[in-house]
Structure formats: structure tokens, C-alpha cells
Ligand binder design. Structure first.
Ligand code: GTR
Length: 430
């Protein structure tokens, strides 16, 4: 391995936080294009009976449901139909957030009649100057809503947080020190200045990110599962996506947000989640995947960087159990991730990579977007103009968007600059 490849391995170790897995990963991860296995991709425009899909109607009324069903069956799993009655309670409201630029609310959404039952807190920013409902970005965050902005008025999440666990600290409660700790990943000022709202939720409210046999979080809304989870039972990514859809339900009756113009956004595991949320729920007007990698935008068949086997071993709770059948056997998967992106069509979708994030396979992320283009073209929309990866820091935006930026696995203000521009093009025009 050269120096650069070692750097990626080290970066991955930092990200997964499991030191004992280090030797396995070093042997497993391939970062050499010449060693990408030969593969045949499942065809987006041939249905399961072998018939060609040639019209938007055939896609929308037949093939789309097949592809969605295959992802449910083999990748993310299905959740039971939780019959929730959403209730909300306003916890705080200020009109001087972000230096006076934003109106900000904290809204608790309860999933049952019991105030101590499963619930999630929405943090909602809208431009202070707005006179009517605004288009918005909706995305989950990693550390609690108090991590978005260093403002002592924000409630600190009471849900389980993972960072302490990775530091070997027993108490998994967020501390005062986490206020504003994720601020660099949320360009709130840029977003509200451009006329958008931002809605974020701590992902651990919906499902704590560890393998507990699917008992906590919203899984507790269903019947208790005894023994092994069913092969196609939804995992955490399905749960997080479900939470995003419930947030969109709530936004339908929010006078400050235009729920018909909400872009679902996510980074990394939460980028896999935004792609799945956008696929499963066509009410999302735009879908954004930031550095989502394996199980997100990247092709599984390339087995470049993180692989299906590796992700299922490190995070057994993210996907459905059936997904494990494809460990070191990606060629047998009846889908690949260009098909996940195509499920966003004809709505605008944006995929972003970072050049130092080889673990997420930037080329595989781009190729997925490129191949999803056949479905966009079916609708008379434009995909990516070329199979060649765009140059570094040279975003390309059509009806789909892509950039590969300098730097590491992260969300930066540069990324948000592109998303706002893409939203200006597609959400403002309506
Ligand atoms: C890594 C994982 C990636 C990505 C990332 C994250 O450890 O291998 O698939 O999801 O975590 O979410 O931060």
C-alpha cells in the first residue's frame, strides 16, 4: 500500500472506532482500480419478466415498485406498518437565532399517546425575514440538536449518544461540551440567508445506533420480536428513514415550511438513509447524498473500499439480515446502487464525494449516478453528461448534481454551497 492508501485505512479506523478490526480491514479493503472485479450490472430498464421499460408510465407504475421491493427484500428491509398518531409539543421558539437571521423552534413529536414513549425532537430554522412558507432541507444529525449551534437555550438531547461509548465512557448522555460540536457540518447561516428552512433531528431519537436486537427506538412501536429477526425485517437505516417521513408528515401542517419543497439530506450512514428515505417516500422533492459510500450511492459490485461483508460485520443492525447473503457475493445481489439513486427519479438528486474518502468509493458513487441517468432520460430529464468523473472541485449540475471536493469524509460549507445552488435551480423555480 502506498502512503495515500494507508491514510485512508487510518481514516476508516478513526471513523469506525473499532480498533480490534484493524488487521482485517487492512487485508480486505481494495483501493486498486485494477483489482475491481469484473461485474455485470442489473439492468434498470428491464423488468423482472424480461420486458423492456420504455415509458415513464412503465417505470412509475411497474418497474419502480419492483426495484423498491428488491431493496426492501435484500438490502434495507421492511418495517411493520406502525400505526402512529403523531402529536407535537412546542418546546421553544425564538426569533433571534443565528445572529438574528433565523426564527428557530424545537418541536417534540410523540409517536404514541404516552409522553414518555418513543419521540423525536425537530429543530426547525426558517429565515427571520420570511413572509410565507419556505422550501427546506431536512436531515438527521449525529450528536443531538444542541450540536448544531452553540446556543445555551437549546435543549440537550436526552437520548443515547454514541460518542461517549467510542471514547470508552460508560455514560451515553450528551454533555454541555457538545453544544455546537457539529456546527461546521450545518451551514445554517448560508441556508437561511438563501431563503431556505433547515429541519434537523438527532438520529438517535429514532433509533440508537447500536445492535440491541431491535428493541429500542421506534422498533418498540411494533410487537416484540422474539428470536432471530426475519430476513427482510428493516434495520436502523429503515428506522431512520421512517423518522424522516414522519417529520415530513408533521411539516405538512407547518405554516412556515412548504412541505412540497423539502430536500432530504444526509451524510455518511445518514446519506445512505437520505437515499433510502427519498426512494421510499416520493413526497421528498429532492434527495441529497453526502459521502454515503457503501450501502448508499456506491456500487456494491465494485467492492472498492468498504465492502458489503465489511459493513454488515461492523454494523449488523443497519441493513436487513438478507443483505448478509451478499457478503463476498455481490454479483448475486439482484440490485445495485445505481438503482437506489434511480428511485429518486424524476426528482432532482445530488451525490457528493470527497477525494480523500476512498473508503466510500467516489468513483463508484459517481458511476451509480451516471447509470441512474437512463431513468432520468426516460422522463426527458438530463443525467450526468459524461461517464468520466468530473474534475476535483468542479461541480456539475443538470437535473442531477455531483461534485467531488478536496478533503476528507465530512460535510463542509463548500458542500452546502452546491446544495443551495442546486435547490435554487430546482426548488425555487416551482
Ligand atoms: C463508517 C462506515 C461508513 C460510513 C461512516 C459514517 O465507519 O464504514 O459506511 O457510514 O461510518 O456513517 O460515519
Amino acid at each position: 500500500m502506498n502512503r495515500c492508501q494507508w491514510k485512508y485505512v487510518l481514516l476508516c479506523l478513526c471513523l469506525c472506532g473499532s480498533r480490534e478490526l484493524a488487521p482485517v480491514m487492512a487485508q480486505e479493503a481494495n483501493y486498486d482500480e485494477a483489482k475491481v472485479p469484473a461485474y455485470t450490472l442489473p439492468d434498470l430498464l428491464t423488468d423482472l419478466s424480461g420486458a423492456p421499460v420504455t415509458t415513464p408510465q412503465q417505470w412509475q407504475q411497474g418497474r419502480r415498485a419492483e426495484v423498491l421491493g428488491l431493496f426492501e427484500q435484500h438490502v434495507f428491509g421492511r418495517l411493520p406498518d406502525y400505526r402512529v398518531q403523531l402529536r407535537t409539543k412546542l418546546r421553544s421558539e425564538v426569533s433571534d437565532a443565528v445572529g438574528g437571521l433565523a426564527h428557530r423552534r424545537e418541536l417534540t413529536v410523540y409517536f404514541t399517546a404516552d409522553d414518555s414513549g418513543p419521540q423525536m425532537d425537530l429543530l426547525i430554522y426558517t429565515p427571520a425575514a420570511a413572509t410565507g412558507p419556505v422550501p427546506a432541507f431536512l436531515g438527521l444529525n449525529f450528536n443531538g440538536n444542541q450540536a448544531i449551534e452553540a446556543d445555551s437555550r437549546l435543549h440537550i438531547t436526552q437520548s443515547w449518544v454514541r460518542n461517549n461509548r467510542e471514547l470508552g465512557i460508560e455514560d451515553n448522555r450528551a454533555t454541555e461540551a457538545t453544544r455546537g460540536s457539529e456546527a461546521s457540518r450545518w451551514s445554517v447561516e448560508r441556508i437561511v440567508k438563501a431563503g431556505y428552512g433547515l429541519v434537523t433531528i438527532y438520529y438517535g431519537d429514532i433509533d440508537p445506533d447500536f445492535d440491541d436486537g431491535f428493541r429500542n427506538g421506534i422498533h418498540s412501536l411494533g410487537e416484540a420480536v422474539s428470536g432471530e429477526r426475519a430476513g427482510d425485517a428493516g434495520g436502523s437505516i429503515s428506522a431512520w428513514s421512517w423518522g424522516l417521513s414522519r417529520a415530513l408528515d408533521v411539516l405538512q401542517s407547518d405554516a412556515r415550511i412548504d412541505a412540497a419543497r423539502v430536500a432530504v439530506f444526509g451524510h455518511s450512514r445518514l446519506g445512505k438513509t437520505s437515499l433510502w428515505a427519498g426512494a421510499a417516500d416520493q413526497r421528498f422533492a429532492m434527495v441529497i447524498s453526502n459521502n454515503s459510500g457503501c450501502g448508499g450511492a456506491a456500487w456494491s459490485r465494485r467492492a472498492f473500499g468498504e465492502t458489503v461483508a465489511r459493513i454488515n460485520r461492523s454494523f449488523p443492525h443497519w441493513f436487513c439480515v438478507n443483505h448478509r447473503k451478499y457478503n463476498n457475493n455481490e454479483g448475486a445481489l439482484p440490485v445495485d446502487h445505481h438503482m437506489l439513486i434511480a428511485l429518486a427519479a424524476p426528482r432532482p438528486v445530488y451525490v457528493a464525494s470527497a477525494v480523500e474518502d476512498q473508503w466510500a468509493d467516489p468513483r463508484g458513487e459517481y458511476l451509480s449516478l451516471w447509470h441512474a441517468g437512463v431513468v432520468y432520460r426516460l422522463f426527458g430529464r438530463a443525467g450526468m453528461p459524461s461517464e468520466e468523473l468530473p474534475g476535483l472541485d468542479m461541480p456539475v449540475q443538470t437535473d442531477v448534481g455531483y461534485h467531488i471536493r478536496s478533503g476528507k469524509h465530512d460535510v463542509t460549507d463548500y458542500d452546502w454551497q452546491q446544495y443551495v445552488k442546486f435547490a435554487d435551480r430546482h426548488l425555487k423555480a416551482h
